[in-house]
Design a protein around this ligand. Sequence first.
Ligand SMILES: NC(=O)c1ccc[n+]([C@@H]2O[C@H](COP(=O)([O-])OP(=O)(O)OC[C@H]3O[C@@H](n4cnc5c(N)ncnc54)[C@H](OP(=O)(O)O)[C@@H]3O)[C@@H](O)[C@H]2O)c1
Length: 333
Amino acid sequence: MAQVVVVTGASGGVGRAVARAYGRRGASVALLARGKTGLDAAAAEVREAGGRALIIPTDVADPDAVFAAAETAERELGPVQVWVNTAFTSVFAPFEKIGPAEYERTTTVTYLGYVYGTMAALALMRPRDEGVVVQVGSALAYRGIPLQSAYCGAKHAIQGFHESLRCELLHEHSGVHVTMVQLPGVNTPQFSWVLSRLPRHPQPVPPIYQPELAARAVLHAADRPRRREYWVGTSTVLTLLANAVAPGLLDRYLARTGFGSQQTDQPTDWDRPANLWQPADRSADFGAHGEFDDTAHARDPQQWASRHHGVLGAAALAVAGAAAVAGLRRLRR
Ligand SMILES: NC(=O)c1ccc[n+]([C@@H]2O[C@H](COP(=O)([O-])OP(=O)(O)OC[C@H]3O[C@@H](n4cnc5c(N)ncnc54)[C@H](OP(=O)(O)O)[C@@H]3O)[C@@H](O)[C@H]2O)c1
């Protein structure tokens, strides 16, 4: 039977690529977001790929709308097996240029949107004692960077929430699993439609990866949800390791490089759309990809290593063991 999947933030970016990837598997996909143009285009892509698509226009900041969407998805498509949270919004600006209402809205959509989505998913999955929730996270769930304080706060909150919930589900020996996928910089429309007060056009911190790489990681995590989290991309691994060892050094490094690395050379177009309060796709479909196709990477060897970390760990142990035995023999001689 076809897998039933709910994707929040399915009208653009990573969520759109995830929806498409499930479409290629022949899954029935409920597409949650606000923008009609993007949702219609996402549904067409899922159908073209071989899946079934159900559009459910939803603002994830509204818990009742999210709970109602979950019921609609289940009624129309069947028992929901996978719920992927990707919907988010933000403000690109220094802390002092973000107002309280903008902070609240970013936090409500980006953090509480995941909480409401997870509540809705668990209400469906717990009685069956099976199902998977994937929280699409970021290297910035552990490491704050300048110009993204509202977003980094919300991503850190998701990471704490994820750990608590995972402990509770493990305590109950639940058959419902939650996992989190920490992404690197991805070439999505967010850099064209997130509210920006930066003097130059925003960009992801390089290296930049394509949304299909992120989508593959999300589907892999959903298929193997017992791991607490997945790190995606060499840059994510290096950032998280460096932050665990020397966060103070990283503060100074990012203070020096983090402003320039998040902006292109182009001046900001102050007429650009912003998706903080309403969808930005009224005049055009933004799609899964952003403006950085020329520089974005489609693959990363780290992904292979992450998928085979058991084999790599065993190989590393075997090499270390052989070296230790050889060393002992030399000492005895
Ligand atoms: N791109 C990156 O560099 C990057 C890096 C690390 C992690 N991530 C993570 O990947 C996820 C997706 O990011 P992205 O870059 O793909 O974002 P994106 O291109 O900006 O797409 C965001 C999606 O969220 C939806 N959305 C925004 N506000 C919403 C609301 N109030 N209610 C419902 N849906 C809403 C948008 O659709 P509507 O506007 O139509 O509602 C859109 O479908 C996020 O969780 C982000 O933290 C991205």
